[in-house]
Ligand binder design. Structure first.
Ligand SMILES: [Zn+2]
Length: 240
């Protein structure tokens, strides 16, 4: 049995009010939309990072293929040049015929390699465009995440200040409470429930249930300094 004069009992209502504000601030901190936005943004960034690496690899591969092709074209050109010099220098008929045949074949080979080089260049342009798009998408997503993080930090700092003020206010309100009343309040609160409510008419201010007439009559007839509890939710029920 906990007893406290009605004035002291009313202080637990103030305490419950402070605790409601604390819960509200904590809820706001845990559920602010920026948190989901940052998580989604980071997931997009991970995908874009992969897309960027893929595009970079593609560009690198095409550059390597182009260098290989250039070397090959250069070799064909050099060989054709050497053949032409030998033709100019003159030789036996059979050898000249072979050389002419080879020069024609090298010319075809060169034309084919140059076509490949051209095609490679077009693919390189496409790959370049993909890489630029991936980079640009990454930058855009990264700045969105940074902006959301800044907004989150602002909310965090606001909530921190609010919670500090509430903690001070709570200490002020709780200080004059007798130890047994305070212990009862904290015990109820530790279950996650609203620990105190005002009896308004027949309604409990903590759980908002209407008390039945029997309970109501019992609570109303109890001594004014007796701390009573809601039969429905267990909150300290403060009579007006
Ligand atoms: Zn209740």
């Amino acid at each position: 049995v906990v007893k406290a004069d009605p004035f002291t009992q009313r202080r637990v209502l103030d305490l419950a009010e402070v605790d409601r504000s604390v819960a509200g601030a904590e809820h706001r901190r845990a559920t602010m939309p920026e948190l989901a936005e940052i998580a989604a943004g980071n997931s997009i960034l991970a995908d874009l990072r992969t897309a960027r690496i893929t595009a970079e690899t593609e560009v690198g591969d095409l550059d390597r293929d182009a260098r290989k092709l250039d070397t090959e074209i250069e070799q064909v050109r050099a060989r054709a040049e050497r053949d032409r010099q030998r033709l100019a220098a003159g030789a036996a008929a059979k050898e000249l015929e072979n050389l002419e045949h080879e020069v024609a074949s090298l010319a075809r080979r060169q034309a084919s390699l140059e076509d490949d080089a051209l095609e490679l260049m077009e693919r390189r342009e496409t790959a370049d465009a993909s890489l630029a798009a991936a980079n640009s998408a990454f930058e855009t997503a990264a700045s969105s995440v940074i902006a959301a993080e800044e907004r989150r930090d602002t909310v965090l700092s606001q909530v921190a200040t609010e919670l500090e003020n509430l903690a001070r206010r709570r200490a002020e309100v709780a200080a004059p409470l007798p130890a047994d009343l305070s212990a009862l309040y904290e015990r109820i609160r530790s279950t996650g429930k609203t620990a105190a409510g005002e009896l308004k008419g027949s309604m409990c201010g903590a759980c908002h249930y209407q008390l039945n007439q029997v309970d109501l009559a019992e609570i109303r007839s109890a001594a004014a300094d007796l701390v009573v509890r809601c039969p429905e939710c267990g909150a300290i029920l403060v009579r007006a």
